[in-house]
Design a protein around this ligand. Structure first.
Ligand SMILES: C[S@@+](CC[C@H](N)C(=O)[O-])C[C@H]1O[C@@H](n2cnc3c(N)ncnc32)[C@H](O)[C@@H]1O
Length: 203
């Protein structure tokens, strides 16, 4: 079996319909983050790493954002591209089939939206994940992330358990500082109490 660091692992999951992580809708905390204006204002450009089927990407594009939707599995990106066309959002969504560790937008972006990509990568790559986020963001740029799962992860991920203090430390080491933390954000019922909403600013 391929490792979670390889597209083959995820492509097989999509091909077999083993996509239990997919909520089929926008997570409540994302609507909340937009309502509370936690993101830079539209038409800012955002990176969404490991976007999967991209419900979040469509939602953000509908708010007026320019979105770089990144995933290394082609299956969900093909779905997202069709949805983008159907909703007249092709001009706001770039679907990029790439490894997030090798992706660089042509210019720095104003924001990043993270949901269930961080828990999908191997824990030993987490420092590299934060380094990428820091590289994508312009000075003052914002990382808005819903970190999951804070508990209840299987001993062998994915999803890999998120440890709050470790994540903060790694983010700080690359110049990202915590500006807002919501320990009990609105959640999907199956994930309530296991998510934390963060805004980090690039210095
Ligand atoms: C658990 S799924 C989450 C998908 C989506 N964020 C959601 O909430 O439904 C993780 C996604 O990240 C993608 N992924 C994992 N590692 C990646 C990497 N290194 N580069 C690009 N995509 C990656 C997988 O292909 C998969 O679509």
């Amino acid at each position: 079996m391929a490792s979670v660091s390889e597209p083959a692992y995820w492509r097989q999951r999509y091909q077999e319909g083993q996509t239990g992580w997919d909520l089929g809708r926008v997570p409540p905390a994302l609507s909340y983050a937009v309502e509370k204006s936690l993101f830079p204002p539209p038409p800012a450009s955002l990176v969404v790493p490991g976007c999967g089927f991209g419900h979040d990407v469509l939602f953000l594009a509908k708010q007026g954002y320019q979105v770089w939707a990144i995933d290394f599995a082609s299956e969900p990106l093909n779905f997202l591209a069709i949805q983008a066309e159907k909703h007249g959002l092709k001009n706001r969504i770039r679907t990029i089939q790439a490894d997030i560790f090798k992706f660089f937008p042509p210019a720095e972006v104003e924001g990043v939206w993270e949901y269930t990509c961080y828990c999908a990568i191997e824990p030993q790559r987490r420092a590299a994940y934060w380094q990428q986020v820091a590289r994508w963001l312009n000075p003052g740029g914002l990382f808005v992330g819903l970190l999951f799962p804070l508990s209840g992860a299987p001993s062998e991920g994915p999803p890999f358990l998120v440890v709050r203090e470790e994540a903060i430390l790694l983010a700080q080491q690359v110049g990202l500082s915590l500006v807002m933390e919501e320990p009990n954000p609105p959640s999907h019922p199956a994930r309530a109490g296991r998510e934390i909403l963060w805004v980090l600013r690039q210095t």
